[in-house]
Each structure stands twice: as C-alpha cells, then as structure tokens.
Design a protein around this ligand. Structure first.
Ligand SMILES: *Cc1c(COP(=O)(O)O)cnc(C)c1O
Length: 359
C-alpha cells in the first residue's frame, strides 16, 4: 500500500506532518487509464487536487482539464496555455462566462441568456439533470445541478451562430463502479441521441476500504467503445479516481493513551490537513512505521486522532494495530479531496510540508 519511495521519505519526516506525492506512481496510473479508453477524450476535474506538480504529470495523459471557477481557470491557463478547458460549475458569474474555453457547461436557461448577453462566442454543452435513479453512489448530484427536460427545451431555441450548441454534459454521482456508470452512460447516450458530443462526467469509484483496488477502467473503456454512436465525440472528466492514490499524509505519534478502556493515538496535525475521512465517514487506510521508542499499545483496536479540540478530529476508529509514541503513521489515498478541502487554519497549527517524490 505504501510504495518504497514514500516509505523512505516518511522515515525522514521532520517536526511537522508532510504530504508526500508519488509522481512516478501518478504517471504510471494516468498512463494505464489513458490506455484503457481508446477513442474517448479524457479530462481531469481539477477540483479533486489542483497541485501544479500533479497537473504537470497528468497533462501529457489528458486531452484537457475541467475547471469550475475563475480561480481554477486562471491556475490551469497559466500552467498550460492553450490546453483545452471545459468550464463548468453552478453559479457562474458574468466574469466567468466571459472566460475563454474549449467548452462551457451551461447550467440553466438564465445562465445561457447571460452568456448570450456577453456578445462573445461560446461552444456550449447543456448540463443535464435527467433524474435517473443511480445505484451505489457515494454522493448523488441531484438538486440544483444542470437542467431537467423543461430547462433544456427552454435553452434550445436560444442558440445562435455565435453561441453554438455542441452537445450535452452529465455528471450524476460520485463513487460508481464501472457497470453502474455504463448502465447510466447507455441511458444518457439514448437521451442525447441527437447530440454530436457527450461529456459523461466523472464519479469513478475509489474504495477506501480496499487501497489496492482500482476502478474497472478496462471494462469501462470497452463498454464505452460499444456504446459510442458513429461520429459522436465522447468525453469523461474523472477527478478522484485519477489522483487519490498518489497522495500520502505522513505524521508522527505524540501521545498514546487509554481513556475509559479505549486506546487512542494522538498524531501531529489532524483532519484540518486531511479532512477526507471526516467528510466521507470512513477509516483512512494507513501504515505504521515503527520508529518510536515511547509508550504504546500492541495489536489492539486504536483510534487515531489529530491535535484539534473536537471529537470529530478522527482519522480512523478502533482499527487493530500496534503503535508507539514517536512512530510515523502514513495515511494512504490522500491525493484527492484531501488538503484542498480541509479547514487549514482551524486552531492555527502549522501547515504540513509538501514533497513531490520523483526518484
Ligand atoms: C467533481 C466533478 C467531477 C469529478 O468527480 P470525481 O468524483 O472526482 O471523479 C467531474 N465533473 C463535475 C461536473 C464535477 O462537479
């Protein structure tokens, strides 16, 4: 679960926690994803992790980037001038609607009217909210995202020579297995029969309980090849399933104690650095590097917590392990929706270091 280069870097951990990014691991993973998807355009959803060094590794493997704000747009445009950008996100401002793009994902008839009001050219995908039942999702993107049939029907007559309808976009849920994504893809492609271009979104499953498992990219690629209509452009925009595996959060045990019968290991840092287990409600997978000489517990259920003064600051609950004061704990699967979704300044502890491992 922990590659040798990450283990070596973690063993040299200083006084603050560190994010360790396995760049060769990311490169190999992105290459295998790309290879599994012949004939499908691959974009990376930047919100999963916008770290510039990760984006540089991904860039040769992807056809473009999906950005969801002016901030992400400026960040990616500065790194890769000219790389195709799909600009999405609910609540775009007029300034965002004026940004150059390869594709703009329109979320509502009102947004399309404001886009027309800019007088600029645009290549638009209408974002669909088709109300399809989704099975096994970690999160369903129902509610305000995209448009129902009435919203799309209101948009269609508004397109002009300058503001071109290129196709449709749908990102329905996150955490889906290949078979469920393919079932949805078949329904979406039937709905979008007349469209020359379809963006099927992201949402490929990442199983935090099985760190070695990967989404079924081959199955998905083969399934999409069978579903694609002649002449139609297909695009996907995964985030989590591309970058989750390359990130590791390494920290050190400062205290081990027992309170009312339960064993706790208290670690430097906390969920203000790695919020993922709190938001997802899982135990973050980890390995203990036995570097410590202090007090500890052996082979028993331990709850791993951070330095925050809140009972929510939990990385993993009652997981059987051995751990001592001074040990290094390395959390895996911390490369997506991890640092960038965390509340960094709560309690004003120092920020972690960031190391991008290349060798
Ligand atoms: C967040 C998001 C994605 C990426 O989702 P993952 O679950 O990280 O693959 C793709 N498209 C849109 C529109 C999104 O909002």
């Amino acid at each position: 679960m922990i590659p040798a280069r990450v283990r070596e870097a973690a063993a040299r951990l200083g006084d603050t926690p560190a994010y360790l990014y396995d760049l060769p691991g990311l490169d190999a993973h992105a290459r295998s994803v790309r290879r599994a998807l012949p004939g499908v355009e691959l974009y990376y959803a930047v919100k999963a992790n916008p770290d510039p060094e990760l984006l540089r590794v991904l860039e040769p493997h992807v056809d473009g980037f999906e950005v969801s704000s002016a901030g992400e747009h400026a960040h990616v445009s500065a790194l890769f001038p000219g790389k195709p950008l799909a600009l999405g996100g609910p609540g775009k401002t007029d300034a965002e609607l004026r940004l150059p793009h390869h594709r703009l994902h329109v979320e509502s008839p009102g947004e399309l009217r404001r886009l027309l009001g800019t007088g600029l050219e645009a290549d638009v995908l209408v974002r669909l909210n088709p109300g399809l039942p989704v099975e096994g999702a970690a999160l369903t993107m129902s509610g305000p995202f995209g448009m129902d049939e009435a919203g799309v029907a209101e948009c269609l007559p508004l397109f002009t020579g300058r503001v071109r309808l290129r196709g449709a976009h749908a990102h329905l849920a996150s955490g889906l297995a290949a078979a469920e994504l393919l079932r949805l893809a078949a329904l979406l492609l039937a709905l979008g029969d007349g469209y020359e271009e379809m963006n099927l979104g992201g949402g490929m499953a990442v199983d935090y309980a099985a760190p070695q498992a990967r989404f079924g990219w081959e199955e998905y690629g083969e399934g999409l090849a069978g579903l694609r209509r002649p002449g139609q452009r297909l695009r996907i925009e995964p985030g989590r399933a591309l970058t989750a595996y390359c990130g590791f959060y390494a920290t050190r045990v400062v205290d081990v104690k027992r309170v009312r019968g339960r064993a706790y290991a208290i670690l430097l840092g906390g969920t203000h650095h790695l919020r993922t287990p709190v938001t997802k409600g899982h135990d973050q997978p980890f390995a203990v590097l036995p570097e410590g000489r202090g007090e500890g517990v052996a082979d028993e259920p331990v709850t791993l917590v951070g330095q925050l003064c809140t009972p929510k600051d939990v990385f993993a609950r009652d997981v059987v392990t051995s751990v001592r004061v001074g040990d290094v704990v390395v959390f895996a699967m911390a490369g997506a929706y991890a640092w960038n979704i965390s509340h960094h300044d709560f309690l004003m502890h120092p920020h972690p270091e960031f190391r991008h491992l290349t060798g």
